[in-house]
Design a binder for this molecule. Structure first.
Ligand code: UDX
Length: 439
């Protein structure tokens, strides 16, 4: 993409911030990514990324070499020349679903005095509807516009999603501010939805809530299939071909997780409640997801030949997959870990393998996986196991040497929580098979 004369600063270099900064540079802007974490910025300057994300390292390398992507620990200096400043800082959540806006407020307050007149501050952090004003107040600048530009990228395909969006949503109170943000994306062949800030903030929650609803729906239908003797793959093929329904986001699994769906669905319920509306449908979507984790635990317990209230002491589970989905190293709200934590609580020993935990574990992995026995290969995880459980849909699990798995196991059951394997092939290897909603 040809360089433009747009100058951008991105505050926060997490999944969203780093992808936004690198991809906006790719689209032509000159971008400075700022973070208070000195070590992270030093490593980024050397081309070492803190996250696993397909294609991102290449863009960071190329754009840094082209002089369009810079890294800094100094917010004041970084934002002072910027036309547009993106806030991409975390918004952690309390147990009741309400968002902690202290990082967003602190970031806005720290850059406020340094912004040039006419600059536009874009909030990409997912914030409760109406938080637009929180950012404006913290900036304390009447000559600066605040715009909401929610992000829809998925982990694992973040770069692709950023550069090939279905739409770009811009919520602004002034046309000039909306135009300044739109200019950054102008080279994309996409639809622009220009709206007010509250609608833009609502779009983000509603999109994630709807997608979570699709997955909860299909998981419920899968549970029903098991009772009535139907097959979920045929049912999904049958309903997904109706273009009003669509075939995406209808893969049954162990339940949804990650950094967005759980947080955003709880927030949707909390925001609605704050405004006097009981969003009972969304509460149901969340309940069904919690039940899905439990259903998987029960499946595994019965695969071990035991009952719900039995202790699992002495039983060994070989777990394949720890991340919340394939293509990412993110363990946040991972269904795999929810399920395995519960099995461990019942007394089972878990031997786990995930392609992203084969080397030295980073601090987050060490912390979250404390007490887990992390193994270096799928075969190692299966060795001596009473049951093997597929929890994340990593493509390499489709290529498992099932005969070898059967040989090294102590038991003879495989539970496939992602419907990834061919039941016939698993049975041919001498193992019992149980999937989700499969006949
Ligand atoms: C999601 C949204 O898709 C994205 O637009 C938003 O910006 C952030 O949240 P992400 O969290 O990266 O992205 O994961 P996604 O691919 O959407 O999957 C979410 C969860 O649903 C995962 O646990 C996944 O395994 C599960 N899922 C998804 C299913 O179980 N079945 C499906 O058919 C799709």
């Amino acid at each position: 993409m040809r360089p433009t004369d747009n100058t951008v600063a991105v505050v926060g270099t997490g999944y969203v911030g780093l992808t936004t900064g690198a991809c906006l540079a790719q689209l032509g802007s000159t971008v400075t990514c700022v973070d208070i974490d000195v070590d992270k910025i030093e490593r980024l300057r050397l081309g070492h990324l803190p996250i696993v994300e397909a294609g991102l390292a290449e863009i960071v390398r190329d754009m840094s070499a082209a002089g369009r992507l810079h890294f800094s620990t100094d917010p004041t200096e970084s934002v002072s020349g910027a036309d547009v400043v993106f806030l991409c800082v975390p918004t952690p959540q309390d147990d009741d679903g309400s968002a902690d806006l202290s990082y967003v407020e602190a970031a806005a307050a720290s850059i406020g005095p340094a912004l040039k007149t006419g600059a536009v501050v874009v909030n990409k952090s997912t914030v409760p509807v109406g938080s637009f004003h929180v950012v404006s107040d913290a900036l304390d600048r009447t000559d600066v516009d605040v715009v909401s530009n929610p992000e829809f990228l998925r982990e694992g395909t973040a770069v692709h999603d950023f550069l090939n969006p279905d739409r770009v949503v811009i919520g602004a109170e002034s046309d000039a501010a909306a135009a300044a943000v739109r200019a950054l994306y102008e080279s994309l062949d996409t639809e622009f939805i220009l709206t007010d800030p509250a609608s833009a903030e609502t779009i983000k929650y509603a999109a994630n809530g709807f997608l979570a609803m699709k997955v909860s729906f299909v998981n419920s239908v899968a549970a029903m299939c098991e009772q009535v003797g139907a097959d979920i793959s045929s049912v999904v093929a049958g309903i997904g071909s109706d273009h009003r329904i669509g075939s995406e986001f209808l893969k049954p699994g162990p339940g949804w997780g990650g950094s967005c769906f759980p947080k955003d669905s709880r927030a949707l319920v909390a925001i609605a409640a704050d405004h006097g509306y009981d969003f009972s449908l969304m509460r149901g979507v969340i309940d069904i997801n919690e039940q899905q984790y439990e259903r998987m635990v029960h499946k595994i317990i019965s695969a071990l030949g035991l009952f719900e209230h039995d202790r699992l002491s002495g039983r060994v589970v070989g777990a394949l997959g720890l991340t919340f989905k394939a293509g990412t190293d993110d363990l946040r709200e991972s269904p795999s870990l929810r399920i395995l934590d519960e099995l461990r609580r019942h007394g089972a020993a878990v031997q786990a393998y995930d392609p992203t935990t084969t080397g030295e574990l980073n601090a987050v992995q060490r912390d979250r996986l404390a007490g887990y026995e992390v193994r270096g290969t799928a075969i190692d995880a299966a060795t001596g196991a009473d049951a093997v459980v597929v929890l994340t849909e990593w493509p390499e699990f489709e290529e498992l040497d099932l005969g070898k798995i059967a040989d090294v196991m102590r038991g003879d059951t495989l539970v496939d929580c992602r419907n990834l394997l061919d039941p016939g092939e698993v049975r041919a290897a001498g193992l019992d098979y149980d999937g989700v909603g499969r006949r």
